[in-house]
Design a protein around this ligand. Structure first.
Ligand SMILES: [Mn+2]
Length: 429
């Protein structure tokens, strides 16, 4: 692994938290992700299943975790199945976890080769009642392919039709939403790598540069710092492209007088940063650009202060909408009449600020976690208001990543320049 893995103690703790939520005689099975095919014998880069990773730290394909906490034989209560390796396989396919390494990474003592799975599982199922299996229940998930977990559910139900089946996803969502300190630290590394990329491009950008040249600068800086690259498809959008929320072509030439918006983050150890900034291509904001910029920045700061333990995320989004509404009045983008006439279901401010302000962040960029229950300390959110004025070719979004504390918050991006003066100064050095 090119990254520094988190300690096994974290994964031991994570498993303990899950066990507390299980009924008597439960069994839990989680599968790794498949290596996805492209064409011919091509494959996509492996990306571990985040629930399995959260409970084991094991970053390898063909891995299965079984938890069976009430099984009479204590050695069988926690088993990790790995794809088999030996010296010969290591030469052909590269290094895979040995049993010793897997124990060191996960804290799981009983490590077996995955070829043993069927018979061991059969023994465990004989004394188990509730079977907790993993499904992807992310609200925005588009699941067109069958995952290894989904295949397992199908086969398991066929083989053991009279067991009671349960959803693991709600339990995992609840656990993963509240992060341990070691996870904040991993997220901090992802944010620090993102910062290095941003500082690099500040001195690189000038009129005539292509958006994808900027993309390459970010990538260079990320990869040389131990990141596997972008946490998500980067948005590098100059001028009016910034008003297209999911612009990922990154193919235009940056023009003098335009702004350029980045929504770019590095991944590190499977944790993700999610940053947005908007800067002037020529190193100086115009009066109008700066006025809009300052408005977005004020909304971002006010929003950060609203995110605290006990806050309901739905109420928070409404509150931020009101703050945005008053900024848009100040910028003369909205009038009082617009607001009087507005449909409460579709407030007038949405014309210029059409997306949400915050989402959970962690092992997933749009991380799992409820958007309805009150906020708890240890949750990590993005705060990303924006104003998009297509008719003026101006799109500005400012996005930081924060950890909710008992009091206030920890801004993981506090070192990434955001003040207009500082950005101008760094660009003109
Ligand atoms: Mn975001």
């Amino acid at each position: 692994m090119r990254y520094e893995a988190l300690p096994a103690a974290l994964y031991v703790k994570n498993r303990k938290k899950l066990l507390k939520k299980l009924p008597k005689n439960a069994i839990v099975v989680l599968n790794s992700n498949d290596i996805m095919p492209t064409n011919a014998d091509g494959t996509m880069r492996f990306r571990q299943n985040n629930d399995l990773l959260y409970l084991t730290g094991i970053d390898q394909e063909e891995t299965v975790l079984v938890l069976c906490p009430d099984f009479p034989n204590p050695d069988m209560r926690e088993i990790l199945f790995l794809r088999e390796t030996d010296e010969h396989i290591a030469i052909w396919e590269g290094h895979k976890y040995t049993k010793e390494e897997a124990y060191a990474a996960s804290g799981i003592k009983n490590i077996q080769w995955v070829s043993n799975f069927e018979s061991v599982f059969n023994t465990l199922m004989a004394l188990s009642e509730g079977v907790f299996l993993n499904t992807n229940e992310h609200l925005r998930a588009a699941v067109a392919v069958e995952t290894r977990d989904a295949r397992f559910i199908k086969n398991c139900k066929k083989r053991y039709p009279l067991h009671q089946y349960h959803r693991l996803a709600p339990l995992m969502q609840e656990l993963r939403a509240v992060k341990e300190k070691q996870e904040w630290e991993q997220l901090q590394k992802a944010c620090d790598i993102t910062e290095a990329g941003f500082r690099r491009i500040l001195s690189y950008i000038k009129p005539g540069v292509k958006e994808y040249e900027i993309e390459a600068e970010y990538l260079h800086e990320f990869v040389r710092r131990g990141s596997r690259g972008f946490a998500y498809e980067p948005i590098i959008a100059s001028g009016a492209n910034a008003c297209v929320l999911h612009y990922i072509d990154n193919k235009e030439v940056c023009q003098d007088g335009d702004l350029i918006l980045f929504d770019v983050g590095a991944e590190y150890g499977n944790y993700n940063a999610d940053m947005s900034r908007a800067i002037p291509v020529n190193g100086r904001f115009t009066k109008r650009q700066r006025d809009i910029y300052q408005a977005v920045l004020r909304v971002q700061r006010a929003a950060m202060d609203l995110l605290r333990p006990g806050t309901n995320i739905q109420d928070y989004h409404k509150e931020v909408g009101l703050i945005m509404q008053s900024e848009l009045l100040g910028l003369k983008l909205l009038t009082k009449t617009d607001i009087k006439k507005q449909d409460p279901q579709k407030p007038a401010y949405k014309k210029y600020f059409m997306h949400g302000t915050s989402h959970h962040l962690g092992l997933d960029v749009h991380d799992v976690g409820t958007m309805y229950n009150p906020i708890k300390p240890g949750m990590v959110f993005t705060v990303e208001p924006g104003i998009y004025v297509m008719e003026e070719g101006i799109g500005i979004r400012l996005e930081n990543n924060i950890v909710i504390q008992k009091e206030g918050y920890l801004d993981l991006m506090k070192n990434i320049p955001i003040e207009a003066e500082e950005i101008e100064e760094l660009m003109n050095r």
